[in-house]
Design a protein around this ligand. Structure first.
Ligand code: GCW
Length: 720
């Protein structure tokens, strides 16, 4: 071994000796030592000392983060000095000349963007605001974390969407609706005096990916949250979040004026109700001067709303919007509404909201789920996207995996988010993507946003499954820039999360070849694989009743027709699928004619959506040449096989990563494999009672019968 090599080897061992155990708590902010010797030399020569400009809690947060990051990455304290060569602050505080950062660039980055540039021996992280400075600092750290060169930096970043918000479905008793990672992280009992250090780490994680809003409490709302007893607790959280650029939002219970205000009505046109909300909003701003506004679920799944008083959604939303307007607050009014009626559930949101386009106040956004039913493993985009040009639309994605395995399945949702964002609504001709509806460019809206239903709980690793942190990460990264590639985000997350976590040294090359390449592929296919073993070819809503855990396509005992699985798959002796063409429910007519024509024609409808929109005979010939039944078998069996392949890769990866997370994921993959088989067997055995066809020759046969699966009960399934 040459002296140089020996040195590198010893250095490596030295660093490894100092690494603490990995348990997932640090998320993607691990700041482990840079081991690439060439890069380390580069970083050490270019990062000599730091000059921070400005004084604010946000600048302090940036300083603290950079310190923490550099200490971990470079294993040394980089001094702060007025003459530092890393110059960080707002352009105004730094007092930069035009030759370093042009006014034009500064203008282009807006309130939250930043510039990272090199000039002579200096590196500049510059923004218009302190929060831009913090975002730039996180970006700079990410460059080092991912071993990128910091020579000749020329980065200009700004978010494409203004309000990037996490919606928690956490109840005041700490139960998380559709949460699978333990209790709520909000410890209401001990707030406001006990500030769990997690709150700050949560804020750091969010800021690092650009999330700038949090609605901490369930949309199935509780009026208590707006009482002084809770407002003081919420204020304490808001105080922790503020330096990280995170605004606080609350879910507003529409009947709060009755429940906590002692009024007789919550009618939005009643002056006493309007006054009550105005006073309440003023009071909230006393606690939280930069309060963001309300998220509202009204007249949906039993929640109160304006319709109880013969008023429509716009009248309800506008009342709240008026109360918030003076303070600059906004309303995010959800379009997730459907009632028990003969009409296809797919059509309800559109039918109720489309006619209200143009009737909402300027500070109202209509919050639309990615698809028309409910966060299924795959849904075509919601027909409201592109169809309410006068109203700012905020898409809502589900980061938590209610319908995607309830946090025991390794499934990356970045590809799901991206699939929806890339969908073309054709509202203004080809290229009118959902992303353009979201970023306001399609219809010229200034008010823009995106919401994600959080998958965070008090589990040590935050998200229950080590890999599901990737979905929080991907949501934030895409919220900031929807043009990013979902695969690249997955790779970035993988590297940040796992690199250099193994117990024995491995070369970067070996890590890249044997961990990064296969795992990136696995992440990138994971959602499609899940669709295959759960709901292939456009099947949807065939999960367990109420708790939504596991397969139960036989459910026909729901208290409402649209809570039955049979309502959605419509399997019978003639075939399977929901006819939403003009011959059926005609939900397709809600899309732009170009979209509806493509989806209506069986020849052009993507097979991924075919049973979503069509009822097809069991013998229908698919593109593969197989008949529909055999295609279903092919998909279900293929889905299970893909989980088994993932297991094989994973089992070979132990030497590249830490033991704890390796073992956790290994066990979870065992669960996933069993559940994939469960989904496959239960669904095929059930659908077989209609198709009367045998499971394709050559496949392993289900080892249990249909009754076995039908008799499984889960009264204590989590998240319910
Ligand atoms: O997906 C469904 C969930 C409900 C949820 C609802 C909603 C908060 O099963 O638990 O309620 O959506 O989005 O309002």
């Amino acid at each position: 071994m040459s002296i140089k090599k020996r040195f590198i080897f010893v250095f490596f061992l030295f660093i490894l000796a100092q690494i603490k155990a990995e348990d997932g708590y640090d998320l993607w902010l691990r700041y482990v030592p840079v081991t690439d010797a060439k890069r380390l030399i580069e970083y050490q020569s270019l990062i000599k000392s730091i000059a921070f400009y400005g004084h604010s809690a946000t600048i302090e947060a940036a300083k603290e983060e950079l310190n923490r990051g550099l200490k971990g990455l470079l294993r040394k304290n980089i001094p702060l000095s007025k003459t530092g060569n890393i110059i960080i602050g707002t352009a105004q505080n730094v007092g930069l000349s035009e030759t370093i950062v042009s006014q034009k660039s500064l203008k282009s980055i807006g309130n939250e963007g930043y510039i990272i540039g090199s000039k002579n021996a200096n590196i500049y992280i510059i923004a218009n605001t302190d929060i831009g400075v913090l975002y730039g600092t996180f970006h700079f750290l990410r460059l080092l974390q991912t071993n990128q060169s910091i020579h000749q930096l020329d980065i200009l970043e700004k978010p494409l969407v203004k309000n990037r918000i996490l919606n928690h479905w956490d109840n005041l008793n700490r139960h998380v609706e559709r949460g699978y990672a333990g209790q709520s992280i909000w410890d209401w009992h001990r707030l406001p005096d006990y500030i769990d250090p997690r709150y700050k780490d949560y804020a750091r994680a969010n800021a690092s990916i650009g999330i700038n809003g949090v609605s901490p409490i369930n949309v199935n709302a509780n009026a208590q949250t707006m009482t002084p007893q809770y407002l003081i607790k919420i204020k304490a959280l808001a105080d922790v979040f503020r330096p990280y650029g995170i605004k606080m939002y609350l879910t507003a219970r529409f009947s709060a004026p009755i429940e906590i205000g002692k009024l007789k009505t919550a009618d939005p046109l009643d002056p006493s109700v309007q006054k009550w909300w105005k006073d309440k909003v003023d009071e909230i701003y006393q606690y939280i001067p930069d309060f963001g506004g309300f998220v509202v679920k009204a007249n949906s799944e039993g929640q109160p709303g304006p319709q109880s008083y013969g008023r429509n959604h716009a009248e309800g939303a506008n009342m709240l919007a008026d109360a918030l307007a003076a303070h600059g607050g906004i309303v995010m009014w959800r379009a997730f509404v459907y009632e028990a009626s003969k009409e296809d559930r797919h059509k309800h949101g559109y039918n109720e909201f489309k006619p209200l386009d143009g009737q909402f106040r300027k500070n109202v956004m209509v919050q639309v789920k990615n698809g028309a039913i409910d966060f299924q493993p795959r849904e075509p985009f919601h027909p409201l996207f592109g169809q309410m040009p006068q109203t700012p639309i905020i898409p809502e994605f589900q980061i938590t995996h209610e319908y995607l395995g309830q946090a025991t399945h390794l499934v990356y949702s970045g590809t799901l988010f991206k699939e929806c964002l890339a969908s073309d609504t054709y509202a203004k001709g080809k290229g009118s993507t959902v992303a353009k509806v979201m970023d306001g460019s399609l219809d010229g809206h200034e008010l823009t946003g995106v919401a994600g239903v959080a998958n965070i709980g008090s589990d040590r690793n935050w998200c229950g499954h080590p890999f599901l942190q990737s979905n929080w990460y991907a949501f934030g990264r895409l919220a900031w820039n929807h043009q990013l590639d979902a695969d690249k985000i997955a790779a970035e997350w993988l590297f940040l999360t796992f690199h250099h976590s193994g117990e024995k040294p491995v070369s970067s090359q070996a890590f890249a070849d044997n961990f990064m390449i296969p795992m990136r592929q696995i992440l990138s296919n994971s959602r499609e694989n899940m669709v295959n073993y759960m709901t292939p070819l456009g099947l949807h809503h065939i999960m367990g009743y109420g708790h939504h855990y596991g397969p139960a396509p036989w459910v026909d005992f729901g208290s409402r027709p649209d809570w039955n699985c049979t309502y959605y798959h419509k399997a019978d002796s003639t075939g399977i699928g929901f006819d939403r063409t003009a011959k059926g429910s005609d939900a397709l007519s809600q899309y732009h004619p170009s979209v509806s024509a493509a989806f209506s024609d069986i020849k052009t409808c993507p097979e991924a959506y075919v049973l979503w929109f069509h009822h097809l005979p069991w013998d229908h010939k698919m593109q593969s040449g197989r008949n529909l039944w055999d295609e279903l078998c092919f998909k279900y069996y293929g889905g299970v096989e893909s989980v088994r392949n993932t297991q094989k890769y994973w089992n070979n990866s132990s030497q590249y990563i830490d033991k704890q997370r390796f073992e956790e994921v290994k066990m979870l993959l065992t669960v996933q494999e069993k559940e994939a088989v469960w989904w496959r067997n239960a669904c095929l055995l059930y659908f077989q009672t209609f198709s009367k066809k045998p499971i394709t020759e050559g496949y392993e046969k289900p080892d249990k019968d249909l009754d076995y699966y039908k008799n499984l009960k889960f009264p204590y399934a989590p998240g319910n």
